[in-house]
Design a protein around this ligand. Sequence first.
Ligand SMILES: [Zn+2]
Ligand SMILES: [Zn+2]
Length: 215
Amino acid sequence: MMIRDGIYWYREKGPFDANTYLIKGDITILIDPGLRAYLKQRIRELENDEINRIDVIAVTHLHPDHYDAIVGMKEAYDAKVALHISQSRYRDMMMEEASRFFCMSFMHDFHVDMEFRDTLRLGSNRELRILHTPGHSPESICIYSPVERFLISGDLVFERGIGRTDLPFGNEAELRDSIHRISMLNTELLLPGHGNIISGNAAIRRNYEFIKRFL
Ligand SMILES: [Zn+2]
Ligand SMILES: [Zn+2]
């Protein structure tokens, strides 16, 4: 569903409660396609919102609940898969570990069409800033719009929660540092990788104050 002009949120109705976001610009980007099991449902939801073009697919990090449907989504829309340079660097390591840690059927290799660093330009009308925010995993990123002030936080922070660091390659000190950095951003809309979204600067501030107690 559309939550702001050109910003869409799709919530998995399965056990992971993972979120997919779509930002429409001259170029339309989908972030975190989710699990393959929900691909058909997600495509239906996109169709209901009259979205029939996706140009780029990106992920906040390489955990299966976020990237598993990447190949199916790419095929459905003839989209390009874009990874942050840190995600390319850690990709083999993360995929290998996912197959061991989660279950073999998650193992799903995909072709990467392009790489990005600290910005993602969606044509002339939208530009996103990319922050490398390790901790939950070494290749986690947050996606921030300085103009519209939304922040896609992946599994770094949630409503009343922080990302776990007990998964392979998690790092508590890095998580703390990453949360500290994103909490400095002027944010009006927080779009986490799981659960509810938070709108309004004051509510987001309160959420940071709450979660900093866990750090
Ligand atoms: Zn994760
Ligand atoms: Zn997750």
